[in-house]
Design a protein around this ligand. Structure first.
Ligand SMILES: O=C(O)CCC(=O)C(=O)O
Length: 261
């Protein structure tokens, strides 16, 4: 799948693009059906919330489940990203961020490239983060907040925060967020399950606690150009995969065409 010139313009201007209802309810249900087994596994890629003990994020999923191995090659998800990159991309990171009802914790203000640069030695902020909503995401259950256009300011200052949550994250300081949010406002990315987000590596974003009675799970795939691959890996493979094979797209019906093992 390719996106239109006007969508390319929006992505370039805002740093993110929302593609509503791109995956069907049946496709989302097929993906969601894999989660209970994956979350129950004793796997280092399963990161538990600090307070509740619920799964916060589950990583490396395309190496742990055959349906996720297809999802990371899905043309509706990855086609637009390869179109934007204009070159071969590899699977950098694959996860589901859960944010359970009542207990899902915050993702602090950050931009992804800070971590990619500091922890993986990625040279340039070219990677794209691709999300699929696996639940309806509303104003109540912890949607992502974006500072639109913040990717245009290049790299923002960042420090490692390994205390606030169970997931160490290079975070942006409040002053930077204030300045850019005062100038450009904030957008909360909401939509029905099956909606897709694409966003740039230097876009400031975060998400609040989920104090609602509704779960909020989101699939995330980070695609990085092969030419921009990590140079100084320090993190485990499930946080930044070492297999730099170019992603080759499958057919559009690959999630539902036939039974996946
Ligand atoms: O799942 C969330 O709320 C935050 C996800 C995020 O910040 C990311 O994918 O970089």
């Amino acid at each position: 799948m390719q996106i239109s010139q006007s969508q390319l313009n929006d992505l370039d201007r805002d740093g993110f693009l929302i593609l509503r209802d791109l995956f069907s309810v049946d496709e989302v249900a097929a993906v969601r059906s894999r989660l209970p087994r994956l979350f129950a596994e004793n796997h280092p890629g399963n990161v538990i919330e600090k307070e509740s003990g619920a799964v916060r994020t589950s990583m490396g999923l395309h190496l742990r489940d055959a349906l996720f191995a297809k999802l990371v090659r899905h043309p509706r998800l990855v086609g637009p990203a390869l179109q934007v990159l204009g070159e071969d991309g590899y699977v950098q990171q694959v996860k589901v961020n859960v944010k359970a009802a009542f207990s899902g914790e915050v993702w602090q203000w950050h931009y992804d490239f800070a971590t990619h640069k500091e922890e993986d030695g990625v040279p340039r902020p070219l990677a794209l983060n691709l999300h699929i909503f696996l639940d309806d995401v509303t104003e109540f259950n912890g949607p992502l907040y974006f500072v639109p256009g913040s990717h245009k300011y290049g790299e923002h200052g960042s420090v490692l925060d390994d205390e606030t949550t169970s997931y160490p994250l290079w975070i942006a300081d409040n002053q930077t967020v204030s300045q850019l949010a005062d100038r450009n406002g904030l957008v909360s990315a909401t939509g029905r399950r099956g909606t897709v987000l694409i966003f740039h590596d230097t876009l400031l974003h975060g998400s609040p606690n989920n104090m609602s009675p509704w779960d909020r799970s989101i699939f995330s795939l980070i695609v990085n150009p092969v030419s921009n691959a990590l140079r100084k890996p320090t993190r485990p493979d499930f946080k930044h995969h070492r297999d730099l094979s170019p992603i080759r797209l499958l057919n559009d019906d690959c999630l539902v065409a036939d039974a996946v093992a």
